[in-house]
Every structure is written in C-alpha cells, then in structure tokens.
Ligand binder design. Structure first.
Ligand code: RM4
Ligand code: MN
Ligand code: MN
Length: 393
C-alpha cells in the first residue's frame, strides 16, 4: 500500500468513533419470543461492563447509548448511578433515548395520541429525558416515535401532525446550549398502516417546525426495499439537517443484522458521501442500533464495530479530488472505477498496524475469544438469565 493511502487510512481512523447501544447487550428477540443467552447483560451495570470491554478491545467506542426506561427506570434519580458506572467501566453515557412505546397508555400513540393527557405524559417524558441528558452532559436526545395506526380511517393522520409538532417544539425549547435532538423515522412497525414519522421528509419537516438543534436520524434498517439511503443522507447534509446514523443491516425489514453482513457496499457508499461532504458532516453521530437474537452479543458488537471501521477506512481511500474531475468530465467508467476500487482494497493490515501503534489488540474479535470474557460472564449471569423467560402469546 502506498504511503499516501496509509496516511489517508490513519487520518480516518483517528477521527472515527462509533457509539454502541446498551440494548445490544441484553436479551432481545422477535415478537415470537426470545432465546436467552447465558452471557447477556441482565442489569445496567452489566451493560456498562460489556460496553467497557468493547471499548477496551476496539478503542473507538467511548460512549454507550442509553434507553431511559430500560437503563434508568428511576429517571433523573439514576443519574448518579450512571455516573458511577461511567467511572467504573471507562465508557461515557452517549445519546439518551426516551421510551415512548412501552407504557400501556401508548397503545394509540404517545406524542400523537388523541388524548391530550397522554400527549402531555409523552412530552413530560421527553422533558425528563432532556434533563437527564443535561445531567449526564450528553449531546444528543435521540427520539424514535412508534406512533401510527393499523387500519385506514381509524386515526386522523392530519391532526396528528400538529400534535407531533407541538411535542417536538416543547422538547426543543427545553434543550441546553450543547444539546441536540435527533428525530428518527421508520415506514412501518409496530404500526402497519401508517407510521406518524414515516420517512426523512416528515422527520425533516418536524425538525424545521421545532428549531435549529433538531436534526434527522437515519436508521439504515428503516427504509423500504431499494431506497437510495446515501442520497437521502446527502440531501440532509446539504440542507443542514443530518444528525447521524443508526447502523445495522437488513435483508427484508428492520432486521437489526450485523452491519455490512448483507450489503457492505451500501455502507461504503454511505460513508463515501459523508466523507465527500467534509466538514459539513463533522457533527454527524455514528451509532450502532442492533439487537441480536441468535448471535453472541459481545461477538456481534465487536464484529460490527470492526466492520464499520473497515468500511469507513475503505471509503476514506477514495481520491475525492480526482473523482470530482472525472465526474465533471463525464468519464463514467473511470469515475466508477475510481469510486469503487477503494472498496476492493484490503485495509485490514493497515488497520491492524494502526491498532498496534496505539497499544490496542491487533484483532479485537480474537482477543475477545482469548480473554475468556464471554465464558466468565456466562458463568456469572447464567442463573439470572435463565429466570427470565418470554413467550409470544
Ligand atoms: C426502533 C428504532 C429505535 C430503537 C428501537 C429499540 O426500531 O430503531 O432507534 O431505539 O427500535
Ligand atoms: Mn434506530
Ligand atoms: Mn429499528
């Protein structure tokens, strides 16, 4: 590999950080049930322990995304507990995810519920989450709204727009100077007829209605088949509305598969557009949003982090100045080859060398296996995990 390529990779790796989700370490499943894993985290402390271990192994995951209800059931009162866990395990709280989809009250929606009382409950939860973010010095409040309906005519799509604008604006008004709010979209599930924030356009309009600190969050799994996700991201960057990414891969729907496992070229194309945008995309948050039903949680997380790093490094190898010239000259084949040749470059030796220079494990997945961490966790957590059963009906 040429010195110039090594330099490009090193520069990219020095800046690439990715957040990991607390829920990726716990037992999760499909609506048909969960398969319990002995080593899965059963408490917030165990999630921090696992996240700390992934950070130790990879060196690029300094923060862990928290889901308020799952990780901080006592809300603000749990801030000191989280602070203690941050110190103990060496990872910081990352984005704060309000939970607007689990309480029984939210059966017909949270911030778009026809009941003013329930909408108020949702707003209050968002305001509490803003306060948690302030107390934990976390930048991003990451909002995913599961609201929608299952049958045509059963809800007023129109009035729900206004209700969401009200809730989002109230949340925006409470944000601190260093806070942002990210609005995520999803075309279906759990609602199957209409989802209140179904796509990036709706998310962007809600951002514009609430204020300048609101940005769109793009979850790669939340698109209909064939959607050009990198184009959406590019538009959002150009229009100053791109907040960040929830990364995962999918074959059919929101499958939460290991990123890059189905279509690594897609993530490469996404990273290429982000890198091509330069400083404009600097504040973008990269987060993993996956929960694995069958794979080991720790292994899946390390694989995901490493794959993201590899695809980012590959995209960073693109000679963007040359590419722009070729595009302007409409030299299609040369432009395409310039764009895609980096995708076929094996960057793994350069990444290994980068890790070694920083005192990190050359191969994080191998190091995880050698450390015995998963076996140890399995022994310690087995009993607790086996007590938690789940059924579909
Ligand atoms: C949703 C969405 C959110 C995540 C929940 C658990 O599909 O991706 O980001 O918080 O799942
Ligand atoms: Mn997501
Ligand atoms: Mn999702």
């Amino acid at each position: 590999m040429k010195d110039q390529s090594i330099e490009r990779i090193d520069k990219a790796l020095d800046q690439f950080r990715i957040e990991i989700p607390s829920w990726g370490f716990a037992n999760t499943g499909t609506r048909f049930g969960k398969f319990i894993q002995d080593a899965a985290a059963t408490t917030t402390e165990e999630k921090f322990a696992d996240a700390g271990e992934v950070f130790r192994l990879t060196g690029i995951t300094p923060t862990v995304a928290l889901h308020v209800l799952w990780d901080m059931p006592n809300g603000l009162d749990d801030v000191s507990v989280i602070r203690g866990l941050e110190r103990k395990y060496g990872v910081r709280a990352g984005s704060i995810n309000p939970n607007l989809f689990q309480s029984q009250e939210y059966k017909f929606g949270s911030m778009a519920n026809p009941s003013a009382e329930i909408r108020q409950m949702a707003i209050q939860h968002m305001l509490d989450s803003v306060e948690i973010g302030k107390a934990l010095e976390s930048r991003d409040l990451s909002i995913w709204v599961s609201d929608g309906s299952n049958y045509p005519g059963t809800q007023s799509i129109r009035r729900r727009v206004r209700w969401m604008e009200e809730a989002m604006s109230a949340t925006h008004a409470a944000l601190g100077a260093n806070q942002r709010m990210l609005i995520e979209y999803k075309p279906f599930e759990p609602a199957f007829y209409h989802t209140d924030i179904a796509d990036w356009g709706m998310a962007m309009l809600l951002c514009q209605a609430s204020g300048p600190k609101a940005k769109v969050l793009v979850d790669t799994g939340h698109h209909l088949q064939g959607t050009n996700i990198e184009q959406i991201i590019t538009w959002l960057i150009e229009k100053n509305g791109f907040g960040g990414l929830h990364l995962n891969d999918r074959k059919y729907a929101d499958d939460d598969l290991t990123l890059g496992s189905i279509d690594p070229y897609q993530l490469y194309r996404i990273f290429a557009e982000i890198l091509a945008a330069g400083a404009k995309a600097d504040s973008a948050a990269f987060m993993i949003d996956q929960s694995h039903n069958l794979k080991g949680k720790m292994e899946a997380m390390v694989q995901s982090v490493v794959t993201a790093q590899e695809l980012y490094a590959r995209a960073a190898l693109i000679d963007f100045a040359r590419l722009a010239e070729l595009q302007d000259a409409c030299r299609l084949v040369d432009a395409e080859e310039c764009f895609r040749s980096a995708f076929w470059t094996d960057v793994r030796p350069a990444i290994r060398a980068w890790r070694e220079r920083r005192g990190l494990a050359a191969d994080p997945l191998q190091e995880l296996a050698a450390s015995g961490y998963v076996e140890r966790a399995g022994r310690e957590r087995r009993e607790r995990n086996r007590q938690s059963t789940a059924t579909y009906a």
